[in-house]
Every structure is written in C-alpha cells, then in structure tokens.
Design a protein around this ligand. Sequence first.
Ligand code: ADP
Ligand code: MG
Length: 317
Amino acid sequence: MNNKVIQKKEKISFLIIGSKRFKKSTAKAMVEEAKKTFEHVLFITIDKIQIQTSDSGVGLFYKGRNLLSYDAIYPRLSSSDFLLGEAVIKAIEQSAAYSPVNLKAYQITNHKFYTAQKLSNVGIPGVLSTLFISPKFSKLAVKETGFPFVMKLISGFAGKGVVLVRDPSQMNSILDAVHLFEEFICTQQFVKSKKPGTDVRCYIIGNYVLAVKRISAKGDWRSNLSRGGSAKLINPSQEMLDIAQKSAKVLGVDLCAVDMMDKNGKWVVIEVNFMPGPFMKYLGDMVVHEWIQFIKRKVLLKKKKELRKEKKAEKKI
Ligand SMILES: Nc1ncnc2c1ncn2[C@@H]1O[C@H](COP(=O)(O)OP(=O)(O)O)[C@@H](O)[C@H]1O
Ligand SMILES: [Mg+2]
C-alpha cells in the first residue's frame, strides 16, 4: 500500500523573484516545495523582468505576462539587485499580491548601518556602529570601539565584507584600500562572546520563530555557513524571541532572519537578513517548508477576507 500522503494543491499562483546572485539549491528546494502546495509556481531571476508604467498603472512583465496577477510574490533580492530591485518591490507593494517583505525593509537591511540605526531607534539592543567615508574619521570611531574592532562594507554579504582590525597599522592600510574603491565603511565594536565565533540566527516566519545556533569554522571568527560554519536548531530564550520579533515588526516583514550575538550575557542584533539562506546542509528542507506553508496560510486568509468583503458589498446592492 502506498502510505505517501498526497497533499491537496491550493488554487494559488506563487512567484519567486530571485536575485542575480541566487543560490541554485535554495531556488530548487523552494520551487519543489511550492509545487507540492500551489497549483502554479514560477521562479525567475530579476534580470528577466521588465517594468512598465502606463495609464493603467505599473506592470512587471515576463514573456508578455503581467506578473502582478500572481496571488503571492516573494522577491528574494540582495544589494546586487538595487535600483531594479527597488522598483520591482515597489510595484509588488502597490499590487494586490501578497508579499512577505517590503521596500523599506529591503533598503534598510541591505545597508548595515541603517539597520543598526533603525533598530537602535526603537530600543532594540545592537552593537555600537559608526559610518564614514574618509579614513580621517577612523580615529573618532576607534576612540569609541577600541581594538580589535570590526569593519564592514555597507552592502557586504556571506561574511565577505567583514574584517577584524587588530591594531592601528592594520587599520590604516585597510582603510586606504577601502577608500581607494570609494566604499562606505561601517565600523563596529567587536562583540567578545563567551564562545567566540558563535551566534544565533532567528528565522522569523510570521509569529513563529525558528532559532539556530551557528558555530564558525576552526580559525575563523565569522560564523557564516558560507565561510565553513555549522548550524544546529536550538530552543530560543524569551529574550531572543522578543528581540527577533521586535526587529521584524519594526521592518514590517513576515519573513526574514535576525542574527544576534551574546554580548556580556545580553543578546544584541548583528544583522537582519532580507533573503536568508535556509541552511539546508544542516536543517534539510525545514525552513523552506515553513516558508511555503506560511505563505499559503497568508494567501488563503487574504482570499477569505476578500470573499467576505465581496459578499457584504453584494448584500448592499
Ligand atoms: N561586531 C561584531 N563582533 C563580533 N563578530 C561579528 C560582529 N559583526 C559580525 N560578526 C561576525 O561576522 C559574521 C558576518 O557579519 P555580518 O555583519 O552578519 O555580515 P554578512 O552580511 O557578511 O553575514 C557574523 O555572523 C558574526 O559571526
Ligand atoms: Mg550575516
């Protein structure tokens, strides 16, 4: 007997807009999972999209079809997709489609300093951060942080744009190199946690939080999986839950990941990820599954509400 449960597919169309830097394994897993749940699923990268404004409003076109007619659209974009990314997300925001993210969050999370600023404005604990372009201002920044400190390229990702600066001579040579490329720099106090190289990622999935502890590869202080780190599920503390949920709320997103570190016994936010990877090597398709199920619930709820509204309007006529 075949015990396999065949899931009922919902009459929902779902579109994933991938970054130019999209990861094939993540996209594949998301599409496979989505196809089990939704009747129609499409994944395309942002460079395939054309935006058009006309008297009837904005349209996102792919092969002549307006993509804004999809029930749900999840743009998974990064800083490398800017400009077009902003326009695409704005168009989605103005459409009737459900999206788990928004333009404001895209702009803030892709700028490490804005993130720190935004979160600190509402009292979410973070790390002392400074933003400057000229190496001249480094002295002021160091006065606050001391050595070692962390230097971050504003739109760095996957641990590639973060450097640990241990002394003044190292600082000056790194700053000169960064300045040469006219990159903005954000410096941060180095968080010395009890267990160096570990942090916690909280996946926000609506009201649900899935927490993961990351441990860096031997010899690396960065815990990114793409830098060889590992991950395992943990039971989040109330403090972690409060910080993660408040961060997502202030950004107005249903899906994201909030990364935090233990600073002298208190959790502080390091980064909020707009398009987090689902850590499939360690978690399998767990995160992807939760994402898709959440989007399904949101769309069904939205459809129900719309139907109720229509019926009310009919009664009035
Ligand atoms: N201020 C800090 N103090 C200590 N470690 C840090 C700090 N900022 C970042 N890290 C480490 O570096 C990793 C990458 O930094 P992050 O800001 O998340 O950049 P990315 O976008 O490249 O992941 C973090 O996961 C953490 O392990
Ligand atoms: Mg990170």
